[in-house]
Ligand binder design. Structure first.
Ligand SMILES: [Zn+2]
Length: 369
């Protein structure tokens, strides 16, 4: 199934899901025409497979009317000629970075938090040397290779993250003290295209006071506005719609969605059961994240990725507003080939909307068990 078949697919949806579609999304199919000059035809045929397809391009624009998220799809973009770095063997490059790797001896070569370290079965925490928030630390796996992990390991990384968040809460709001609103955030950037500067795998944890990070808060505000206007839960409606489209499914009590307005290639959302959204759910989220990453590794040779987990406040819910209906959610994107010199983010992504070459239906097919 191609994303370009969406308009046809929407027409066939049952009435309730069709209504949800028109409430949440708008889709436009755009024609991109050009005339190839004669000298280019054979080169275009070799690079893109079809002269006809390049001369009459189809672009699909998807807009989420509730949140303002949007994406432009054109699968030809993924076939553009690129320049690559000359070094091409990732495993030997990762091995080279093992020498003198500070994260291979974290107890001796990384700073620790004022409240000490959290130790797990497969990882340990360290304070981040250059913080971007008041609380900003790392979960450092014992495994050096950033792409070698299994469900038990990632489950442990996320469980240690939950313990670290609880330590921050106890440290900031000691017994008897007035609770200050604290917002936890977990992220995992793997290798250079994803913005990671250290090769050895690591996850990052932050806690920010008073209000959540802007993107998280923006999504929460949109979902609350939706609930007020339509009297139903945005995330539940979104999942029902995705399920009807074949882009959403449940696996081990966790809902997965292959997103139609991805912030970058192959965006997947992972939502644990919505009841009692709290830190106890993190291990479950970690295991689900690992399954998706492992499938993308097996199916597409995934090398570089970003994962982020949206979490409710650790304390001070009353002053922080209503978080009851906001789910814990992990968002995951593929950041492409580590040897590609061309970044996948340009002015369009920074200032306008995202341009995507992957197809959400193919992504669903790749990661659905
Ligand atoms: Zn290392």
């Amino acid at each position: 199934m191609s994303v370009f078949e969406l308009p046809r697919l929407v027409k066939k949806l049952p009435t309730s899901e069709k209504n949800l579609w028109h409430r949440i999304y708008a889709v436009d199919v755009l024609d991109g025409k050009l005339e190839l000059i004669s000298g280019m035809r054979s080169w275009v045929e070799k690079k893109f497979g079809s002269v006809e397809e390049v001369e009459n391009q189809k672009i699909l624009r998807v807009t989420n009317l509730i949140t303002g998220e949007g994406a432009l799809f054109n699968n030809l973009r993924g076939k553009r000629p690129m320049t690559y770095f000359s070094e091409q063997d990732l495993d030997s490059l990762v091995e080279k970075h093992r020498q003198n790797c500070p994260f291979c001896s974290p107890e001796d070569r990384t700073p620790e938090d004022s409240f000490g370290r959290v130790r797990g079965e497969y990882c340990i925490t360290a304070a981040n040397l250059t913080k971007y928030d008041g609380y900003h630390s790392l979960v450092i796996p014992r495994e050096h290779h950033p792409l070698r992990f299994n469900e038990d390991m990632v489950g442990d990384y996320f469980r240690v993250a939950a313990r670290w968040f609880r330590k921050v809460k106890a440290y900031t709001n000691p017994e008897g003290g007035r609770d200050m609103a604290l917002y936890p955030f977990l992220m995992w950037n793997c290798l250079w295209p994803a913005g990671s500067s250290v090769v050895h795998g690591h996850l990052q944890l932050t806690v920010t006071p008073k209000r959540h990070y802007s993107r998280v808060e923006q999504l929460r505000q949109c979902s609350m506005k939706y609930a007020r206007h339509y009297g139903s839960d945005y995330f539940r409606d979104l999942y029902d719609l995705y399920q009807a489209l074949g882009l959403g499914w449940t696996e081990e009590k966790t809902r997965l969605l292959s997103i139609l307005t991805p912030v970058k290639e192959k965006e997947v959302w992972i939502l644990p059961p919505p009841v009692h959204a709290n830190l106890d759910k993190l291990e479950l989220v970690g295991r689900a994240v690992c399954r998706v990453l492992n499938r993308l590794q097996q199916q597409t040779g995934l090398q570089s990725f970003n994962v982020a987990v949206y979490l409710p406040p650790l304390a001070g819910e009353a002053i922080a507003g209503d978080w009851r209906n906001f789910p814990i959610m992990a968002r995951l994107v593929d950041r492409g080939d580590v040897f590609n010199r061309t970044a996948d983010f340009g002015a369009m992504e920074l200032f306008a909307t995202t341009v995507i070459s992957s197809n959400p239906f193919t992504v669903a097919g790749l990661i659905r068990p």
